[in-house]
Structure formats: structure tokens, C-alpha cells
Write a protein that binds this ligand. Structure first.
Ligand code: S3P
Length: 172
């Protein structure tokens, strides 16, 4: 079975951008879980949180993770909070290799500020320390990944090549 590649990591670590390019390079299908949830519900992630609360979003996320885990040969860019529910990681992890993308809190802040308002868990007045605090809480959950790749100070192509190398080594 052609395994999936599952990208996890905090918001703004580059999962969607890297995932799309990685899929192109490896001739795999790409799926962005947040975008898929938006397609299924007909609402943006922000509107979903605002109208129905985080619980509803997490429930959509869980159903989707279980569905995607049944498929193969896909690069899956998860939402940063997919690790909050153990069953998501059990399901997705069983379908392939989990790769964690990382970036410094400063870089995360710069990246999330570029898309202000699209991430309901990021308040407008948050600074790098606030980001570091949330990251610290989630740290043990991201440890589910087999590989860690930092995206700070690298371009997309570099990150993609690093992941490809790691996966090639795994095949040997
Ligand atoms: C979330 C991350 C977001 C999105 C939602 C919740 C989180 O995805 O799923 O806003 O809990 O970290 P990105 O990591 O793509 O920003």
C-alpha cells in the first residue's frame, strides 16, 4: 500500500504550502484538511468557530481524519490542532508517516499576521511569547511525528527536499 504523508505542526509552520509542493513533486494527491472542512460545511474555519464553536470544528476534523485514514498515496496537510484528539493521530498515523513542521514563535507570528482573521485561535494582540506558551502546551502532542523538519529561514523547495530525503532513507 502506498502510504500517506501526514504533515502536522503549529499554525503558520508551512503545512499547506509545503504539502502542496511535496505532493506535486512525489506525484501524490494533496489534501488540506481545513480547506476540505470548509468545502464540506460551506463555511470558513473562522465562521465555523464563530457560529457553532470549536467543538463543532473538532468534530468535523475528527470525521475527516477517520475518512482520510482509509485512503492512500496522499499528502495530508492537517490543521495545527489535529493532535488535540488522540483518535486523529491514531487513525492518520496508521495510514502513513507523520512529519512535523516547526518554526520559531517569531516566524509563526509573522506568518499568521499575514493572514489576520483567518485563525480563530490567534488573537490580534498576541505576541511571540503568547505563541510560545501555546506551543509549549502542545509540544508533547506533536511528538507523535516520526520526523521533525524546521521551516524557519528556509524556502519551500528546501523543506520539500529535506522531507523527500528523510522518506527515501526510510524506504531503504
Ligand atoms: C488550529 C489550526 C488551524 C485550523 C483551526 C485550529 C489549531 O489550522 O485548523 O484554526 O488548533 O491549531 P492551521 O494550522 O492550518 O492554521
Amino acid at each position: 500500500m502506498a502510504k500517506n504523508i501526514i504533515l502536522v505542526g503549529f499554525m503558520g509552520t508551512g503545512k499547506s504550502t509545503v504539502g502542496w509542493r511535496l505532493a506535486q513533486k512525489l506525484h501524490m494527491e494533496f489534501i488540506d484538511m481545513d480547506k476540505e472542512i470548509e468545502r464540506i460545511t460551506g463555511l470558513t474555519v473562522s465562521d465555523l468557530f464563530r457560529r457553532y464553536g470549536e467543538v463543532r470544528f473538532r468534530s468535523e476534523e475528527q470525521v475527516l481524519a477517520a475518512k482520510l485514514a482509509q485512503r492512500e498515496n496522499m499528502v495530508i496537510a492537517t490543521g495545527g490542532g489535529v493532535v488535540l484528539q488522540e483518535e486523529n493521530i491514531d487513525a492518520l498515523g496508521g495510514s502513513g508517516t507523520i512529519v512535523r513542521l516547526e518554526a520559531s514563535p517569531e516566524e509563526i507570528l509573522t506568518r499568521v499576521n499575514r493572514k489576520k482573521g483567518s485563525r480563530p485561535l490567534i488573537r490580534r494582540d498576541m505576541n511571540a511569547e503568547d505563541i510560545a506558551d501555546i506551543l509549549k502546551k502542545r509540544e508533547p502532542l506533536y511528538a507523535c511525528a516520526r520526523y521533525r523538519v524546521t521551516t524557519s529561514g528556509k524556502d519551500v523547495e528546501q523543506v520539500v527536499n529535506e522531507i523527500v530525503e528523510l522518506l527515501k532513507r526510510e524506504e531503504r
